[in-house]
Design a protein. Sequence first.
Length: 435
Amino acid sequence: MIPRYTRPEMASIWEPQTRFKIWFEIEAHAADALAELGTIPKEAAKTVWAKAKDATFDVARIDEIERETKHDVIAFLTHLAEIVGPEARFVHQGMTSSDVLDTCLNVQLTRAADLLLADLDKVLAALKKRAFEHKMTPTIGRSHGIHAEPVTFGLKLAYAYAEFTRARERLIAARKEVATCAISGAVGTFAQIDPRVEAHVAKAMGLVPEPISTQVIPRDRHAMYFSVLGVIASSVERIAVEIRHMQRTEVLEAEEFFSEGQKGSSAMPHKRNPVLSENLTGLSRMVRAYVTPALENVVLWHERDISHSSAERMMGPDATVTLDFALVRLAGMIDKLLVYPANMQKNLDRLGGLVHSQRVLLALTQKGASREDSYKLVQRNAMPVWRGEGDFLVLLKKDAEVKKYLNDAELEELFDLGYHLKHVDTIFKRVFGES
């Protein structure tokens, strides 16, 4: 985790003290269940809670023990015994390290998902507000980066809103996918521990029992989770790249907010650069970088190995912390985005009416010309305009073959910008409902 791109609430989920607190809760809840089953004394379970519930675990001490034991869970249990005393011998009865590690990881991932869902809500709120603000602000739609036909800036934002609505639904599914608990013991057979212990711990930790584990919770669950984070990151980058393109000097249809005292370049005082959206592109690449190791972690040897462990120690914190920062930055960028409707109109008009070429093509076919002939008639008048040699409507009016099918008034009607925007309300209702 890089402090520059880290928000405290998400970072706290991954701090050692939080991790050890979760480990303790897993062990203590398991002790409660074991006590109820008569496996360990009830007083022992009570003592575990009484002596360690409010404890601040000594991270340095645990690290010191681990340097000798070369085992993190044993190091923690040793330190816990220093706090709890003799009753600590009843902790971790019938359990294996992965019961603690995997259940803890899933608790952390579900908590991280909850924060990310709140972040997505901020992005959605910003997109919705600006979409309605520019619902009917006309701008040019582009395909292959080339002027195509008119759209509205509100539609661009509504498209992003629908995209992040899907992202939210996927993250809810990913959270559910990873919210499982395994307290099944070595190789997952429950030979040394009753399945009712797992059920108790799962409920207490806000999880559900893993239907079948080996010695680990199946990593296809985590692969799905991190894949969803990767898709969300791609959506972040998509809209960031769109804004970068729109901020180009030759386009300048929208621009990141530039605050008082902000500097764009150490060399050129005039610069106002799209630094936030460029930053989002870089952050998105890092989140996606963790998708591949998550997929590869699915493949473990037999009932367990730890080839996934080192990767997950980095993936969990880094991917969630980075995406958390990126989503909050995106929400702020959209909320403060500077929009220039006059430049949008200027760009719409740059090609001298060529954006209406399809309407002319269709009108000619409806008047009796073949599609092939209609295409030729439109294209031969469009190409000079493309080269800067005239106005499309003027050239069409001068074309005798075109005039066989369409008079001046009919041609002029085909250049109505409003025609392209007549279904904006319908699209908005599909995206936002009746709001």
